[in-house]
Design a protein around this ligand. Structure first.
Ligand SMILES: Cc1cc2nc3c(=O)[nH]c(=O)nc-3n(C[C@H](O)[C@H](O)[C@H](O)COP(=O)(O)OP(=O)(O)OC[C@H]3O[C@@H](n4cnc5c(N)ncnc54)[C@H](O)[C@@H]3O)c2cc1C
Length: 393
C-alpha cells in the first residue's frame, strides 16, 4: 500500500514510522518539516501532571501513550543512533504561595481520582529534593513517574531514520488540495501543481489542516504558546534535576531541565491569533519562573519560540477516517508529544485497516473527528470502523 502523510510534525513522523512497521510505502510531504508546534514543545510526558478537571476521557489515552513511550523512544533512538534526552526524573508541581497551595490540593484530588500516584509534600521537603527552589514555595506534589524528552531531537531522529529508509521519502513542499474521485481521496496536488496519487492519505497538518482544499473543516482552535530555552552558568549546573511545574498567582508555569543542561521555561496560552512573540508573555514567564526558581535569572536565553497548539473544542485529538481514501490525525493541543506513540500507531492502523483492539475502551469514539457533528450517518465514522475492525480481528 502506498500512503501519503501530509505534515512532518511529531504526529506525521510518528505515524510514518508506524506505517513503515505495517509494511506501507510512505511519502511524507511538508514544506518545513518539524518546525510547527513540535518545534516549540517542552517535551513533558506527564500524564499525571496533565490531569485537569473535566478531561476524564483524555486520561486513558495519556496513560496508554505514556506506557508506550519507553519502547517508542528506544526504537527511534536506535534507528537514528541518537540521544533523545529521554529521562524519568519525575515532576514536582509547586505552589508559589499559600493561596496557590489550595489550588494544588484540588489538583491533587483530581490526580488521585484518575489513579495517579502522587504525594503532597511541604515546601522544605521540596527544597531538599530540589535545592534551587525558592524559600517562598509553600508546598508541592511529587510525581515520581513522569518523564520528559527533547521533541526537537525526537523529530530530527524520526526524520533521519525515515529518510534513510528506502520505503519512505520526504518531499519538502506544501499540499494545496486533496484529489478526490467519487467522494474518495485518491492523492494530493502540491502548490506547484504536481499531482501525486496514493492508495491512502493521512492528514497530520496540525493547526493548518483546514487550509488544504478538500480537507474536512474540523473545529481546530489555535492556542498560541510562547516558550524560552535557557542555559544556566556552568557553576550552577545542574540547576534542576526534574521538571518543575507550578502555580504562581493562579498562573501555570513550568521548567523542564534537559540532561544536556538546557532548561525550557514555558508556556503562555493565548487565543488572540497573534503569531509574533508578545514581550509581556516573556516578561510573565520569567517573573513566574523566578518565583519558583530564582536562579533562572542568571541563565542565558538561547531561544524564544512561538507556535500554535492545534486544539479541539474538548481538548482531545481528532483521529479517524473521513472518506474511503483519507484519515485525519490532528487536534493534539498540549499533549502531542505525550500522545505521539498513541496517535502515530492509531493513525497508521486506521489508514492501513488493521485491528485497533489494543485501545482503551471507548477511545476510538472519544477521538472520532465526527463527534462534533450531529449527523452520524456517514459510513466512515470511527464507530463504524471500530465494529468492522473488531469483526475481522
Ligand atoms: C509552547 C508549547 C509547549 C508544548 N509543550 C508540550 C509538552 O511538553 N508535551 C506535549 O505532549 N505537548 C506539548 N505541546 C503540544 C505539542 O507541541 C503539539 O500537540 C504537537 O506538536 C502537535 O504535533 P503535530 O504534528 O500535530 O503538529 P505540528 O508540529 O504543528 O506539525 C504539523 C506539520 O504540518 C505541516 N503542514 C501544515 N500545512 C501543510 C500543508 N498544506 N502541506 C504539507 N505540510 C503542512 C507543518 O509545516 C508542520 O510541520 C506544546 C506546544 C507548545 C506550542
Amino acid at each position: 500500500m502506498n500512503v501519503i502523510v501530509v505534515g512532518a510534525g511529531i504526529i506525521g513522523l510518528s505515524t510514518a514510522r508506524y506505517l513503515r512497521r505495517l509494511g506501507a510505502e510512505v511519502t511524507i510531504i511538508d514544506p518545513a518539516p518539524a518546525l510547527g508546534a513540535s518545534h516549540a514543545a517542552a517535551g513533558m510526558i506527564a500524564p499525571a501532571a496533565e490531569v485537569v478537571w473535566g478531561q476524564t476521557p483524555l486520561y486513558p489515552l495519556m496513560q496508554t501513550s505514556a506506557q508506550m513511550y519507553p519502547e517508542f523512544a528506544a526504537e527511534v533512538a536506535s534507528a537514528a543512533a541518537a540521544d533523545l534526552g529521554f529521562t524519568d526524573a519525575g515532576t514536582l508541581v509547586c505552589a508559589g504561595d499559600r493561596a496557590d497551595l489550595q489550588a494544588l490540593r484540588e489538583l491533587r484530588e483530581a490526580q488521585s481520582l484518575s489513579g495517579s500516584a502522587t504525594e503532597l509534600i511541604t515546601g522544605s521537603a521540596a527544597r531538599r529534593i530540589e535545592p534551587s527552589l525558592s524559600p517562598a514555595v509553600a508546598g508541592a506534589v511529587d510525581i515520581p513517574g513522569d518523564r520528559s524528552i527533547d521533541p526537537r531531537r525526537v523529530s530530527a531522529a524520526l526524520l533521519s531514520a525515515l529518510t534513510a529508509d528506502s520505503g519512505s521519502s520526504l518531499i519538502r513542499h506544501e499540499v494545496a488540495e486533496l484529489l478526490k474521485d467519487g467522494g474518495a481521496t485518491k492523492g494530493v496536488e502540491l502548490s506547484d501543481g504536481r499531482r501525486l496519487a496514493a492508495d491512502q492519505v493521512i492528514l497530520c497538518a496540525g493547526s493548518s489542516a483546514n487550509e488544504i482544499v478538500g480537507a474536512p473543516q474540523l473545529p481546530i482552535r489555535e492556542v498560541w504558546g510562547d516558550v524560552l530555552r535557557l542555559r544556566a552558568p556552568a557553576e550552577a549546573t545542574p540547576l534542576l534535576t526534574r521538571t518543575i511545574r507550578g502555580l504562581v498567582n493562579g498562573r501555570s508555569v513550568y521548567l523542564v531541565p534537559r540532561p544536556d543542561g538546557e532548561i525550557v521555561l514555558g508556556a503562555s496560552s493565548r487565543e488572540d491569533g497573534l503569531s509574533g512573540t508578545p514581550a509581556g508573555a516573556i516578561h510573565r514567564l520569567l517573573a513566574d519562573g523566578q518565583r519558583l526558581v530564582p536562579g533562572i535569572l542568571d541563565a542565558e536565553i538561547t531561544d524564544i519560540t512561538t507556535r500554535a497548539r492545534p486544539g479541539s473544542p474538548d481538548d482531545l485529538p481528532m483521529i479517524g477516517r473521513i472518506d474511503p481514501g483519507c484519515v485525519v490525525s490532528t487536534g493534539y493541543f498540549r499533549h502531542g508529544i505525550l500522545l505521539a506513540p498513541f496517535g502515530g500507531r492509531l493513525g497508521a492502523e486506521l489508514t492501513v485497516g488493521t485491528a485497533t483492539n489494543w485501545l482503551p475502551d471507548g477511545a476510538l469514539e472519544s477521538v472520532s473527528p465526527h463527534r462534533f457533528t450531529t449527523d452520524h450517518s456517514t459510513d466512515h465514522t470511527n464507530h463504524a470502523t471500530a465494529h468492522s475492525m473488531r469483526r475481522i480481528s
